[in-house]
Ligand binder design. Structure first.
Ligand code: BTN
Length: 245
């Protein structure tokens, strides 16, 4: 990952840019990374936008060809990538870094980054995956996030070199991707679960416009969130449930 690295000063979205490259006569190689100093139409999960101050943070996309994964196993790629990022941040910041289901990057109760994965399919398997990562590194001011967003520099009180951090992240993500490719799914699932934000804690959620309380038990093979609600096991897909803080 990152052997081939394209740096753009400004682009709509590195995910969109990389997706457009797939139709080239010579498509980019697996592991290609596209990064941008500034995205003017950065995209987040569930149709949200991703805003990031120009030149301060990492916004990049990685191309994978995970044709060894069935469509029904696609959550495993979320797991591998979130773990790779978490490995890196745990070294830099510490064990307080968690993965908030499905794949947000958290420090204590604050979001440091997010992942947007877009897949192309071939039959019952994945053909390509574009893994977009936005990580708040040196940004100091976050408006309109209800105090729920932070950056590495706000936590460590020092700025971090972006190219150096990108290099580390690429290595960590590659290591986890190779574990996945080698078939170490159980290990990856167990480690993801261990690092899950709010694990074994009671949290509030919004389900069908109602506030509900549930204890986070983990995630199932389809990537659904498992909760214990009034002593009963409940499972929710991403579109069905949202955290309330
Ligand atoms: C989320 O938390 O909702 C996911 C955010 C993903 C943002 C990254 S930044 C690089 C890549 N390009 C995009 O347009 N989005 C992803």
């Amino acid at each position: 990952v990152g052997q081939s690295l394209v740096k753009l000063s400004s682009v709509n979205s590195t995910n969109t840019y990389l997706k457009n490259q797939l139709s080239n006569s010579t498509p980019p190689a697996e592991g290609t990374v596209i990064m941008a100093d500034h995205q003017f139409a950065g995209r987040g999960q569930q149709g949200n936008s991703w805003d990031s101050e120009a030149g301060k943070n990492l916004t990049f996309s990685i191309l994978f060809f995970p044709d060894f994964l069935k469509i029904s196993q696609q959550f495993l790629l979320n797991i591998a990538v979130s773990l790779g990022i978490n490995d890196c941040l745990a070294r830099i910041i510490g064990k307080q870094c968690k993965i908030k289901w499905p794949n947000d990057i958290y420090y204590q109760e604050q979001k440091l980054g997010g992942i947007l994965i877009e897949n192309g399919l071939s039959g019952a398997n994945l053909k390509w995956s574009i893994v977009g990562i936005g990580l708040n590194v040196n940004q100091q001011n976050f408006n309109g996030n209800n105090g729920r967003a932070s950056s590495i520099s706000k936590i460590l009180h020092q700025n971090y070199e972006l190219p150096e951090l990108l290099g580390q992240l690429c290595k960590d993500i590659e290591r986890r991707y190779l574990q996945l490719k080698a078939g170490n799914q159980e290990l990856l699932k167990a480690e993801y679960q261990e690092r899950l934000f709010g694990l074994n804690q009671k949290r509030y959620f919004k389900v069908a416009n109602q506030q509900v309380e549930g204890e986070i038990l983990g995630v199932d093979n389809d990537g659904c969130l498992l909760l214990s609600q009034n002593g009963k096991l409940a499972k929710y897909a991403l579109k069905e449930i949202a955290f309330i803080f």
